[in-house]
Each structure stands twice: as structure tokens, then as C-alpha cells.
Design a protein around this ligand. Structure first.
Ligand code: PMT
Length: 402
């Protein structure tokens, strides 16, 4: 971030104190941080706190220095490489949605062409209020990256979604946007991760070894490129990243329903999850006893989620977890599932597949091209997949016909 211009907008929430930690992390990383505070923000934290950390004047009033400063505020927005508003109150989000420019922050935002990142903080009911939902949708449509707030205990004592994402998570988003640009700005990307679980009885299930690491890497990478990310996930052994809209599910049929809802209006779907292909025909209501020592289960096929989205017009990327004939098997899935690309994954290779931090894959495109990749981190695989998604969204590729 050395020498990059970051404008940090701070608005009137108790989470404003966390913005001091964010400013500090940005300064330590070499960014030139200009803080713009609303009047309400100054009731929680003093401008002096930010000035002491950034060694730069803090902008608090559109009119403070007469006409010259007003022009200065336009300059601030114009020279910004990124604008981050953290915390952003419901009131600020509404003002941004309506393009109001009655204060220094509104003026700065309207005057910038830089990527804008918004980290909301508010009471859960305010976040889920229809007015806020509509305002957030407007901002996202305009390409503003609105991070999903965290779930947890709020200052009021209520629990729910509304906490500002932690400063280190916002820092990661800012640094990702500065490093890689915002090739997915304004796009909605649905990512799936983890394994589904099919109940046998109330205490047992059929599952698989997916840790969710591959899907989580994809969700983070898409978020860092400016996409709004919906993460539909089964069981995970890693944490859900900050700023994404996480939708947990249990079974494959629940995952199918959640994906069908999520892809409405979305631009891309990347299926890294491992949904169980079969479920128990009749799961028991009570715990099954050991009994005579053997038992059999009747299994029935679950829906093929990717194949069921054949007519969905977005960019579809599937994975293929294979143990033999990697390329041939993965190729057949390109056609069967009507996707733009299959990421062929030899899950028996050393350091690859389930649970590993690294992965060795080959990209199989709908036009027949095969692009083998080296063993690399799951984040590197994710970035390469998102390069494909970004270019497919610019020049839509026809999915293969069955
Ligand atoms: O989670 P990790 O520990 O990081 O491991 C990563 C991974 C090995 C799970 C991941 O890289 C991977 O390969 N995911 C796909 C697993 C899988 O279900 O593969 P498949 O070949 O059975 O399915 C092919 C594609 O169809 C997949 O995109 C899958 O998500 C999808 N599918 C599968 C079953 C089903 N009923 N509906 C589907 O849409």
C-alpha cells in the first residue's frame, strides 16, 4: 500500500473507535490516510485520535475553511485510490444511496472514481429494515462494495447481524482491492463451500471430508475484487470470512434451495462444495440401536444442483473431485453440468484436495481447452478461477450444450 491514498470515512457509531485501529494498520502498511469524520462520529471519537495516527489533518466540516476547503474535499475524493467508510451507519448508507452531499463525506464520495468500500455497523433490526435493504441494494448496483456486517453482541446488548467487521478484516479487503483492482466491482458472486450432511438418525449422518478451505478462499478472493459474495456453505472446519453474506445449510436439498434463491440476480456461481450425492431414504426419528449388529440403509439420489441450473444465464464454474481418470471424468462433467469451466481436482494427489491448504488442479473449459496448474495455495487457485470469471463476465462464454 506504499504511498497509496486511502480516504477513511468515519460515521456516528460506537464502532467508530475501531476505525482508529484500522487507520493505524493502514498507516503502518504505508498508506497516506485522510480521515473524513461526520459530526456524529465526533461524538464517539475525537479528530485528534485520527490526526495523531495519520499525521494529517482530519476533515470534519465542509465549510470550516471557506470555499477553498470545499474544493479541497473534491480533491480528496479525486486523488483517492480507495475510499473506505467504516463504520457506516444506516443514516450514512441512506445518504449515499441518495447521493446527498451536505457534508464532507458525501462530497468526497460523490467526487471520487475510486473503489468505495462500506463497512456497516448498526442494530440488527435497522440492518434488516426494508429501507436499509433497499439502500444497500442501490449501493451494490452502483458497484460500491458493501461488506456484510458480522453477527454478534452489539453495544445495546442485542445479538444479531450488525457488528462492523473487525478492522483486520476490513484492512484485508482494502489491501486486496488496492493490489488486484476491482475486476468484479458491482458483481454478485455465489460461492459454495464445505460438505453437506445427510441424516441417518438424530445423531448420525452421511458426510465427506470437505473442510471448506477451497470455497472460503474463493469467497475471500471474490470479495477482495469488489464482488458482493453470497457464501452457501455446509459443514466447515475454517471460519467464514468477514464481509460475505453467509448462508449455512445442512443437507444437499437445503443447499439446492439456498443456491436457487442466491443465484437470482447473481452474475456467477462457483461450486467448490462437496454436496452428498445420496441421502438416506427414510432417516430414523430416534437414535437407531445397535440391535443384532448389522443394518442396511436404502440410499436415494440427491438432486444434481449444477445440472438443475442449466438455463440459469450466469457464469457457472464447477469442480470435479476425482480419484481416477482426472481429465476424462472432469471433461464429461463440463457437458453433463453445462458449465463454463470445470476445475478438475485429483483428490488423491499429495497436498491436494480435501482438507489441504494447497491444491493441484486443471482447468477444463467448455471449448475443450485444458490448462493444468502447479501445486499452489488454495488462494492462488481461487485467484486464477476469478480471473476466468472476470473475463467471462466481460465477454460471456456460451456454456457447453449437452
Ligand atoms: O473443502 P476442501 O477441504 O478445501 O476441499 C476442496 C474440495 C476437494 C471439496 C473441492 O476442491 C472440490 O473438488 N469440490 C467438488 C466436490 C464434488 O462434489 O465433486 P463432484 O465431482 O462430486 O461434483 C462435481 C460438481 O458438481 C461440483 O462442483 C459439485 O459442487 C457439484 N455437485 C455435486 C453433487 C450434487 N448433488 N450437486 C452438485 O451440483
Amino acid at each position: 500500500m506504499n504511498g497509496r491514498n486511502v480516504v477513511l470515512g468515519v460515521t456516528g457509531s460506537i464502532a467508530a473507535y475501531k476505525a482508529v485501529a484500522l487507520a493505524s494498520a493502514l498507516v503502518k502498511a504505508g498508506a497516506l490516510v485522510d480521515v473524513v469524520m461526520t459530526g456524529a462520529a465526533q461524538r464517539f471519537v475525537t479528530p485528534l485520535s485520527f490526526q495523531a495516527i495519520t499525521h494529517r489533518p482530519v476533515v470534519t466540516d465542509l465549510w470550516a475553511g471557506g470555499e477553498d476547503l470545499e474544493i479541497g474535499h473534491v480533491t480528496l475524493g479525486r486523488r483517492a485510490d480507495v475510499v473506505v467508510i467504516a463504520p457506516a451507519t444506516a443514516d450514512t448508507i441512506a445518504r449515499l444511496a441518495h447521493g446527498l452531499a451536505g457534508d464532507a463525506l458525501g462530497t468526497t464520495v460523490l467526487a471520487t472514481d475510486a473503489p468505495i468500500i462500506v463497512a456497516p455497523a448498526m442494530e440488527p433490526r435497522m440492518w434488516s429494515n426494508a429501507a436499509t435493504v433497499a439502500n444497500v441494494a442501490i449501493l451494490r448496483q452502483r458497484g460500491i462494495l458493501v461488506l456484510e456486517p458480522d453477527v454478534g453482541r452489539l453495544a445495546s446488548g442485542y445479538k444479531g447481524r450488525g457488528r462492523m467487521p473487525e478492522p483486520d478484516a476490513i484492512f484485508d479487503v482494502v489491501s486486496g482491492v488496492l493490489a488486484r483492482g476491482v475486476s468484479l466491482r458491482g458483481r454478485i458472486v455465489v460461492v459454495t463451500a464445505g460438505g453437506t450432511r445427510e441424516p441417518i438418525d438424530p445423531v448420525r449422518f452421511i458426510g465427506n471430508h470437505s473442510s471448506g478451505k477451497m470455497g472460503i478462499a474463493l469467497a475471500e478472493a471474490a470479495r477482495d475484487r469488489g464482488a458482493s459474495v453470497i457464501l452457501v456453505h455446509g459443514a466447515l472446519s475454517v471460519q467464514v470470512p468477514a464481509g460475505v453474506d453467509a448462508r449455512p445449510v445442512g443437507t444437499t436439498r437445503e443447499m439446492a434451495d439456498a443456491i436457487h434463491a442466491a443465484v437470482e440476480g447473481a452474475d456467477a456461481l462457483i461450486m467448490a462444495a462437496a454436496p452428498a450425492d445420496f441421502r438416506v431414504a427414510r432417516a430414523a426419528d430416534q437414535k437407531i440401536k445397535r440391535g443384532a449388529g448389522s443394518m442396511s440403509l436404502e440410499l436415494v439420489a440427491n438432486p444434481d444442483i449444477l445440472a438443475s441450473l442449466a438455463s440459469w444465464p450466469g457464469v457457472k464454474i464447477g469442480f470435479a473431485a476425482e480419484t481416477t481418470d482426472l481429465i476424462a471424468n472432469a471433461r464429461s462433467k463440463v457437458a453433463a453440468k453445462r458449465v463454463h469451466m470445470i476445475v478438475a481436482n485429483d483428490v488423491t494427489a499429495e497436498g491436494s484436495g480435501f482438507g489441504a491448504d494447497t491444491n493441484e488442479v486443471a482447468f477444463i473449459f467448455a471449448d475443450g481447452r485444458v490448462e493444468p496448474r502447479p501445486l499452489e495455495t488454495k488462494r492462488a487457485v481461487a485467484d486464477a478461477i476469478l480471473d476466468v470469471v472476470a473475463s467471462a463476465l466481460q465477454q460471456p462464454v456460451e456454456p457447453s450444450t449437452p
